[in-house]
Design a protein around this ligand. Structure first.
Ligand code: BT5
Length: 322
């Protein structure tokens, strides 16, 4: 039976109970099957009142990022289809990698309530506590040469930042290459991992970590000054499944634009949201610290810096110091 349809029915009638008969007619299943499914929902934390003869009423929806909860809000054609949900994982990147190896199609996502080994770039740790955020990875199989892969990191930043803006009182900014910030505090980070052969990308796994419902005091001491959550700026808790659906919608729109028309519009949108272009910066790379004025990003997603000696240096990966 379609669990999603049952949830939709219950949600549409939160003001009054729906009878078992009505549900079984609508879903074309027996009343016993309805009852079993109701029990299943209860196990997942849904509070459902059952009044004899009058039927079932949904009283409380759990704060869950499970497949059904996301499906209720999902409006995309390809992204988030299918969804793999796990309560606890090492990293959602691993789940998607395993699926990709088994031949999974573009669009698959993995979402977890908690990551035990959430990671950032260069082996850094990504704090992914239960309930508080969105820890999600997306599988893409774009047919582009490997040198264009960094463009996908920038595309991800634009798509994610725009989606989060609709939940915030003021727009987010992007710090090169992948930090989504508000008031200089990081609300989301992106990790792009690619597998490619000489001339074509095989898979890109885009990991997105979004701080949604953390309150003051929920971040570790190390992060207290540099991290922020949507809740801290919006003032209210947000529904994580709804935010996920918004992100995937925004992502699909930008990804289609990119596949059809190339990097131009993504680059323009990224540039408009960048909070460091035009200012004097210090970028730490694996070999040196580059100082100068941040000029622009290149077609390959690299950052161009004009040094004080007048020369322009292109930085492919690194960290802008605050
Ligand atoms: C990133 O790395 O920002 C990429 C984060 C990607 C996380 C997602 S969650 C789903 C998927 N599964 C994973 O295992 N990862 C992806 P980077 O630019 O290297 O930034 C890492 C730095 O951000 C850390 O060194 C901390 O300073 C800071 N940080 C860690 N956790 C944070 C959090 N929850 N919020 C804000 N900042 C955080």
């Amino acid at each position: 039976m379609n669990k999603n349809r049952l949830l939709q029915l219950l949600m549409a009638h939160q003001d009054r109970p729906v009878s078992g008969q009505e549900i079984s007619d609508d879903l074309q299943v027996s009343r016993t099957a309805v009852w079993k499914q109701i029990e299943e929902l209860r196990k997942n934390g849904y509070e459902i009142e059952a009044a004899s003869r009058r039927g079932y009423r949904l009283v409380r929806i759990p704060d869950r990022v499970g497949t059904e909860e996301i499906m209720l809000h999902l409006t995309t054609a390809r992204l988030g289809r299918p969804i793999i949900y796990k309560d606890t994982v090492t990293s959602t990147q691993e789940i998607v990698r395993e699926e990709a190896e088994k031949g999974a199609k573009e669009g698959l996502i993995a979402v977890a309530n908690e990551q035990m080994q959430g990671r950032g770039r260069l082996g850094r740790v990504w704090q992914s506590r239960p309930e508080q955020g969105i820890w999600m990875s997306l599988l893409l199989r774009p047919q582009v040469p490997p040198r264009y892969a960094p463009q996908l990191t920038l595309l991800s930043a634009v798509a994610l930042a725009e989606a989060l803006d609709s939940y915030l009182p003021e727009p987010t900014t992007i710090k090169w290459p992948n930090d989504i910030r508000i008031h200089k505090r990081k609300v989301a980070g992106i990790l792009t991992e690619m597998q490619a052969d000489m001339d074509e990308v095989q898979t890109v796994i885009v990991g997105m970590g979004i701080n949604v419902n953390q309150n003051d005091g929920d971040f570790t001491e190390e992060l207290a000054e540099k991290a922020g959550s949507i809740r801290q700026y919006a003032g209210v808790r947000q529904s994580r499944p709804q935010v996920i659906a918004s992100i995937l919608k925004s992502y699909e729109t930008w990804y289609n634009e990119y596949l059809t028309n190339g990097f131009g519009a993504v680059k323009a949108a990224w540039t408009a949201k960048a909070d460091t272009l035009g200012s004097f910066i210090q970028v730490e790379t694996s070999r040196q610290t580059v100082e100068g004025k941040a000029l622009r990003i290149t077609e390959e997603g690299a950052l161009q810096v004009q040094r004080s000696d007048g020369n322009t240096q292109t930085v492919h990966s690194g960290e802008i110091l605050d």
